[in-house]
Design a binder for this molecule. Structure first.
Ligand SMILES: Cc1ncc(COP(=O)(O)O)c(C=O)c1O
Length: 400
């Protein structure tokens, strides 16, 4: 595995501000640590496909050969990495994971049923269901500080699903985000077995968002929810993408995986145009990522794990008043700032006092008040500067 430490460390703030990505242009002059993009560019094979696309003049609709190649590459990646031998014709393309979720709510879950959402949650999961006329039932995870982990609330899921279907009948759609944005929890097989038994008992459905799966750190393992048992295969629709782990969200392409033949048939009947949403560069980048980007992924994951360890160490040594449970996956970190005694919104406080643009925890559900989400996918010297500023202004708030 190549060591990218020196290359990533040498990326400067000036160069990032000049490129002016969303993360670095939305809050001029601040450290961009909110939207989930990394600052490290992309793997060389992904740059190459954009040249190949131009050479082949592929500016029209996606030809079958590139779509087939991505289906096969996705199936191969899932088989090799997670042991799921899904047939390539059970994989389809979509523009992004959120369009997949919208389609699942519209087509695969009876009208009037609820969305059951473990919180804190990825921000759009709080707003998208309402746009599809779905009420959300929040099921907060429990932080276990002594064990340094987050525990799922099985009883709360059971209660929510007991009346999650239309007109108070049982059912509903559970959004499983694994690894879980924003807390970085990676669900164990045992936890998913318990979740599966509850969902099966109530006749519910699961949307399994595995977009962060390639970024799981040492000591944890990603197990696709649909592979747990026959029930999960039957009640799950899985969505994933190369867009987070290979850093290409602007290329617009994700994948939807069907573990139930009836779902696949319904998808092919009703969701033709959703599946046409992926772009040529995104499709080709996905194939390159899953087949030729694995060294880049390994090196980048290693660097991100180092960043995660740095955040954990510096916060525990220099600012023990905040709580940061070490994420097992994703390049996101969730920081509880409630002990700092800051009046009002903590994201706004750090934007103004520390020059850091975090994601506002309040966007992640009721449990997110006085929390921020940190994007750790920064060059390490910039991450250190962010931590210096965060710790100094937190201490100011504490009167230290
Ligand atoms: C858990 C999760 N799901 C979905 C998305 C959005 O993905 P897409 O752009 O493919 O809709 C993100 C982006 O950060 C995410 O973290």
């Amino acid at each position: 595995m190549a060591d990218t430490t020196a290359a990533y460390d040498s990326i400067t703030r000036a160069s990032l501000e000049e490129k002016a990505s969303t993360k670095w242009s939305t809050y001029p002059g601040k450290i961009g640590a909110f939207v989930a993009e990394m600052d490290y560019g992309v793997a060389e094979p992904i740059r190459q496909v954009l040249k190949d696309l131009d050479a082949r003049d592929l500016y029209g609709y996606p030809p079958a050969d590139i779509v087939t190649a991505l289906r096969e590459a996705t199936a191969g990646f899932y088989a090799q990495r997670y042991g799921w031998n899904i047939a390539a014709d059970h994989v389809d393309t979509i523009s992004d994971v959120l369009s997949g979720l919208g389609a699942v709510l519209d087509v695969f879950a009876p009208a009037g049923g609820k969305v059951i959402l473990p919180t804190p949650a990825y921000m759009p999961f709080m707003t998208l269901p309402g746009m599809h006329d779905r009420e959300i039932v929040e099921v907060p995870l429990h932080r276990n500080d002594a064990a340094g982990r987050w525990d799922f609330d099985f009883a709360a899921l059971d209660a929510a699903m007991a009346t999650g279907g239309p007109d108070g009948t049982s059912g509903g759609v559970l959004i499983m985000c694994n690894p879980h944005n924003p807390i970085g929890k990676v669900y164990s097989r045992e936890e998913m077995e318990q979740i599966a038994a509850i969902v099966a008992k109530h006749g519910g459905r699961v949307f399994s968002d595995e977009i962060h799966a390639p970024l799981v750190y040492d000591g944890a393992e990603h197990v696709p929810y649909a592979t747990i048992n026959a029930d999960t295969a039957a009640h799950t629709i899985t969505a994933t993408s190369h867009s987070k782990s290979f850093n290409t969200p602007g290329l617009k392409c994700a994948q939807i995986l069907f573990s139930n033949d009836e779902d696949l048939a319904l998808w092919q009947k009703k969701c033709v145009f959703t599946s046409h949403g992926a772009s040529n560069p995104g499709i080709m980048a996905g194939t390159a990522a899953y087949t030729k980007g694995l060294d880049w992924l390994a090196a980048t994951k290693d660097y991100l794990q180092g960043n995660r360890d740095l955040v954990a160490q510096r916060l525990s040594e220099e600012l023990p008043e905040v709580v940061y449970i070490k994420p097992s996956g994703t390049y996101l970190g969730w920081i509880d700032c409630s002990a700092l005694g800051i009046d009002g919104n903590v994201q706004e406080y750090f934007l103004e006092h520390a020059g850091i643009a975090f994601t506002d925890g309040e966007l992640c559900g009721a449990v997110g008040a006085k929390h921020v989400r940190l994007n750790q996918g920064l060059p390490r010297p910039i991450l250190n500067e962010l931590l210096d500023r965060f710790i100094a202004s937190a201490k100011e708030a504490l009167g230290k």
